[in-house]
Design a protein around this ligand. Structure first.
Ligand code: COA
Length: 309
């Protein structure tokens, strides 16, 4: 008998639609779509009674919430994870509206390609504040509002940038190293309160803002152009050439947002109740062969060789 395909992108869910029945999740980030929107959608399709989507841009957040509302109750709560008062407001609002919080997905993150020599202190600080301080602020707010007495799951979106030296990513690598420390520390400190804290390390996931920005070497150090990368989809084009010419992962495909949503479903589910303080790597084993993905771009090798970073 032919073996079922174990590496094709997931096309449907095999999880029970009641996997997360009656649960309430807060998802930060996601106003630009991508993996966080997909996680929110998957949670609604698997029984969550409500999702609170939090991000800075009220308008975009509202648009995504409108789309997600096709799948269930989704509430837009604009706020900045860098501000502890915003985090506390959102956590309290979730309990006020829906009576509980079961899952927190810390997805809000900033990233762009910038050389360490040219990155401003404020650029470095901004990414650390969104990723690391934001993860801390939101986790603390949810813990003090609800998890301390009821338990829950925190899922932090991390990265593999800091496992090795990832050029042009000193800000994000430092930020995600901090996130991983938060995952481990809170898993230990809050385990006795029935709180699990886990992380997901995504590989190169098509259709995400990170994918566009991190493939956009031409606009390194350029805030305006880098901000347009997502809209223009330039990196996606560059990546498709790259995809044809090289193997990005032993599983020979880029990731899709459903890969990450499936991991987030599993980690939040009752099937993962003994998993805490660790990351689930969802990258088709790419980090094992590409510790620094930029070294597979000819343009980067050229710049690096000529020390133009
Ligand atoms: N290259 C170099 N520096 C950059 C930059 C870039 N592409 N984008 C922002 N910065 C710097 C700014 O110049 C500024 O520093 P300065 O005051 O010294 O000039 C600092 O970062 C803050 O920028 P600002 O635009 O004021 O901050 P913000 O609060 O609006 O946040 C980011 C900007 C970082 C969140 C946004 O640019 C970003 O990266 N969004 C991407 C989200 C994303 O891709 N998420 C997926 C992550 S994998």
């Amino acid at each position: 008998m032919e073996s079922p395909n174990k590496i094709a992108p997931p096309i449907k869910s095999y999880f029970s639609p009641e996997l997360l029945k009656g649960q309430v999740a807060i998802v930060t980030g996601g106003s630009r779509g991508g993996m966080l929107k997909e996680i929110a959608q998957a949670y609604l399709q698997h029984g969550c009674k409500a999702i609170i989507l939090m991000s800075r841009n009220a308008e975009k957040n509202g648009e995504v919430v409108k789309e997600l509302s096709k799948f269930g109750t989704c509430h837009s709560e604009p706020g900045d994870v860098r501000k502890s008062e915003d985090c506390l407001r959102v956590a309290r609002r979730a309990v006020e509206l829906y009576g509980r919080i079961d899952i927190l997905v810390n997805g809000a993150a900033g990233n762009f390609l910038a050389s360490a020599a040219k990155l401003s202190t404020n650029g470095f600080r901004t990414v650390l504040e969104i990723d690391t301080i934001g993860t801390f602020n939101m986790s603390q707010a949810v813990f003090n509002t609800y998890f301390n007495t009821h338990g829950g799951v925190i899922i932090n979106i991390s990265a593999a940038l800091h496992w090795a030296g990832s050029a042009l990513q000193v800000h994000s690598g430092a930020a995600k190293a901090g996130v991983d420390t938060i995952t481990k520390t809170l898993a230990v400190e809050w385990g006795p309160h029935k709180v699990r804290v886990v992380g997901i390390v995504p590989g190169a996931i098509e259709g995400t803002e990170g994918f566009e920005r991190l493939g956009d070497l031409a606009n390194m150090n350029n805030k305006e152009k880098s901000n347009q990368a997502f809209e223009k989809g330039d990196a996606k084009q560059a990546a498709s050439g790259f995809k044809d010419s090289m193997v990005i992962a032993p599983i020979n495909r880029f990731g899709v947002v459903q890969d990450i949503a499936n991991a987030a479903l599993y980690l939040a589910s009752p099937m993962a109740t003994y998993i805490s303080g660790t990351n689930l790597v969802v990258d088709g084993a790419s980090t094992l062969i590409f510790p620094n993905f930029l070294f597979s771009f000819p343009k980067f090798i050229e710049m690096w060789g000529q020390a133009k970073l």
